[in-house]
Design a protein around this ligand. Structure first.
Ligand code: PGA
Length: 265
């Protein structure tokens, strides 16, 4: 059986100038040795993507866009088409909770974006996750179902293998993993939600797809907790925000990831 890949995605959000990104990449590259079936993906801000694409060693890293528009070209001032990412970014985040909650991105928008990414051969990383109040109201499973069914609305069973899902509970994002108890997603919480996600996928695409689809976790992942999350059954990697902004901590996350991959063999 083919070994599953692990994905570690650095979501730099709106941080780093061009020079800072370039220096970060240079320092990180010196600390990382490529490993089979471990994909390290950097998602810098859109304006540094192109320069990093010229600097990056693709044996070490891949690049992702944090956002894009679903139309291929046209009069959409200020937007970047997923078609324009071709040859620059292999991956694109869709529906990150900050896009949904700060910029009003709807479930329909995420469906258009996932479909556009597939059309342009960019791998969409569809971010899903419930808020604290939705969780408190027991709506977690329904919210996730709606986000999945809407985000994947244009995706046939042929293309679903090209989609990555990232579960990011909104209440656990940017809490540093050291805040109140309610702000940390425990490995047990994660395990039960991963089961929910895979069972929704089974309902939509069947048992085989639900086993094979790649599901990542994000929400205050750091060097202390990465191992406990990657040990959860059905987790294929992590989406890292704050802890990816420091070369030392991000490279240590990658080292821990390699250790856990070795231990799992
Ligand atoms: P965080 O961000 O690791 O800082 O919580 C994760 C994300 O928003 O993707």
């Amino acid at each position: 059986m083919e070994e599953r890949k692990t994905y570690i995605v650095a979501n730099w959000k709106m941080n780093f100038t061009m020079d800072e990104s370039s220096i970060f990449l240079h320092k990180l590259a010196q600390k990382i040795t490529p490993a089979k079936n471990l994909e390290i993906i950097l998602a810098p801000s859109i304006f540094t993507l192109q320069s990093l694409s010229l600097q990056v060693d693709y044996k070490q890293f891949r690049l992702a866009a944090q956002n894009f528009y679903h139309k291929d070209f046209g009069a959409y001032t200020g937007e970047v088409a997923v078609a324009q990412l071709k040859g620059i970014a292999e991956y694109g985040l869709v529906g990150h909770s900050e896009r949904r909650h700060i910029f009003g991105e709807t479930i329909e928008d995420t469906g258009h974006k996932v479909a556009a990414a597939i059309r342009s051969k960019v791998v969409p990383i569809l971010c899903i996750g419930e808020t604290m109040s939705e969780r408190a109201d027991g709506e977690e499973s329904d919210v996730i179902y709606d986000q999945l069914i809407g985000g994947l609305s244009g995706i046939t069973s042929h293309h679903i293998k090209d989609v990555i899902i990232a579960y990011e509970p909104v209440w656990a994002i940017s809490t540093g993993g050291g805040g109140t108890v309610s702000a940390i997603c425990s490995p047990d919480d994660l395990a039960s939600t991963i089961k929910i996600i895979r069972s929704h996928i089974k309902h939509l695409y069947g048992a085989k797809v639900s086993q094979n689809i790649r599901v990542l976790f994000g929400g205050s992942v750091n060097v202390e907790n990465i191992m406990s999350y990657l040990q959860v059954d059905g987790v294929d990697g992590a989406l890292v925000g704050g802890a990816s902004l420091n070369v030392e901590s991000f490279s240590n996350i990658i080292k821990k990831t390699k250790e856990i991959r070795q231990a799992k063999r």
